[in-house]
Write a protein that binds this ligand. Structure first.
Ligand code: SAM
Length: 183
């Protein structure tokens, strides 16, 4: 996948719109996987459409890392949570195009509508593998309008090669989705 597939930060408001909450209700999508005290990562967080809900679900004693390639996305999210009680448990991390450069390990990782934008999926997913706790889970969802069934199957093959197992195929509107865990 090429660099020009990266979603422009000018689309922040579209990604973060209230209308989207009707089709991608963050609480409904995330609640089965996130609970209090967890350490979670929203990778390719964009404007933080899911990050805020993740912070609510982990509570004050948990933590969320919001990671994105584009500084503008992180600034949008920072601005959105300024002076709210979520400010204390969201950390911000600017990634590089071909390296996440994470220093922590996580109980849950969200990869929502972003994997197809990553130039080297194998390298990216291996990095996530190395930063996932033993019983941790990763939810990946890819947009049907950008990712064909065949493209998604290629990602699933990589996921399998790396040593993940598929534990669920959640149904997410407009999405091709999978929940994975270490084998
Ligand atoms: C389509 S947006 C989705 C944002 C968010 N996950 C959502 O569902 O609202 C994709 C995001 O992934 C980010 N992204 C693309 N490639 C990335 C990479 N290699 N590392 C981190 N973030 C990346 C983009 O900057 C963009 O914010």
């Amino acid at each position: 996948m090429s660099e020009d597939r990266v979603c422009p930060h000018q689309l922040s408001r579209v990604l973060d719109s209230n209308i989207r909450k009707i089709i991608h209700n963050p609480k409904k999508i995330l609640k089965p996987y996130i609970s209090k005290d967890m350490k979670v990562l929203d990778v390719g967080c964009g404007p933080g459409f899911f990050t805020k809900e993740m912070a609510k679900l982990v509570g004050n004693s948990g933590s969320v890392t919001a990671a994105d390639l584009q500084e503008e996305m992180l600034l949008f999210l920072k601005d959105k949570i300024k002076n709210t009680n979520l400010e204390g448990n969201i950390n911000f991390h600017k990634t590089e195009k071909d390296e996440l450069g994470l220093s922590d390990d996580f109980d849950f990782i969200l990869v929502f509508f972003m994997l197809h934008e990553v130039p080297n999926q194998r390298k990216f997913l291996k990095e996530l593998y190395n930063h996932l706790n033993r019983d941790g889970k990763i939810l990946i969802s890819e947009p049907k309008f950008h990712v064909t069934k065949k493209d998604f199957q290629e990602s699933l093959n990589i996921i399998n090669d790396i040593g993940f197992k598929i534990i669920e195929r959640p149904s997410i509107f407009f999405g091709r989705s999978v929940l994975i865990q270490k084998e």
